[in-house]
Design a protein around this ligand. Structure first.
Ligand SMILES: [Zn+2]
Ligand SMILES: [Zn+2]
Length: 248
């Protein structure tokens, strides 16, 4: 889970640097993966201690049981062997379904469905993204060693988050350095895919490595981001518009 940022005395310090370093350990796009992790952690927290929390229940009621993406992620997480919470989920969704039934009886259902509020987990995911992108901008801007840590990690920013971070950087030399690193990372993925294709020729006797065999999945993550509500819910291309931001 991405931790709440604190008031800072020094740029790229404390929780900011911890958030960046932790997300670089997740593999794939560090921002996408941290959002997904945070979505799953939030669901676990709801199941462990939030079932009777009035604020949390209000968020569920106003969205009538979250958005479809998060409702299904909720069922997936709640049914995992390490979580297995049937009672908490039953209490929450019993409440949601009786609410829907009540509206059906009084003919208020169409109006209720038209006026659903935004899913609280979607709001949370947007906040995590905004904070973490800002953390990356700040750390890349202020600490060359963090840019080096990104270069040496297995992480690779997806196009959406590369663009958000890139456009947020205020120094041309840092932007240039990030672009160089990103181009090399993308080239690496492409090389692995080309190697797979080359070795598929029956005349070539070399074995395909597992990294080469799965490079195309990396390519999907680079192009479309990892599966989280921000990527799965938006229509193609919208993010380019959203990603445009003022330089700090
Ligand atoms: Zn991403
Ligand atoms: Zn949602």
């Amino acid at each position: 889970m991405v931790l709440r940022r604190e008031r800072r005395t020094e740029a790229c310090s404390g929780l900011t640097i911890i958030n960046v370093e932790n997300s670089l350990k997740l593999g794939g796009c560090p921002v996408c993966r941290a959002i997904r992790k945070s979505e799953e952690d939030s669901i676990k927290n709801i199941l462990y201690e939030g079932v009777n929390d009035p604020q949390i229940r209000k968020g569920f009621r106003e969205s009538l049981g979250l958005c479809p993406y998060h409702a299904w992620l909720f069922t997936e997480v709640a049914r995992r062997p390490d979580v297995l919470d049937g009672l908490g989920s039953t209490i929450i969704y019993e409440d949601m379904l009786s609410e829907a039934l009540e509206k059906m009886r009084t003919e208020e259902l169409p109006q209720t469905l038209r006026n659903l509020k935004k899913c609280p987990l979607c709001r949370h995911a947007e906040e995590v993204e905004k904070n973490l992108v800002d953390d990356f901008i700040e750390c890349f801007q202020e600490k060359p060693e963090i840019l080096l840590a990104y270069e040496e990690s297995n992480s690779i920013l997806c196009l959406r988050h590369y663009l958000m971070v890139y456009e947020g950087l205020s120094t041309d030399s840092v932007r240039k350095e990030l672009r160089r690193i990103q181009v090399n990372k993308v080239k690496n993925v492409l090389n692995m895919m080309e190697e797979y294709i080359r070795k598929a020729d029956y005349r070539v006797k070399e074995e395909v490595t597992s990294e080469e065999a799965l490079a195309w999945v990396k390519a999907v993550e680079v192009l479309k981001g990892y599966r989280n509500s921000l990527n799965m819910g938006c229509s193609s291309g919208n993010y380019l518009f959203k990603a445009r931001r003022k330089r700090i």
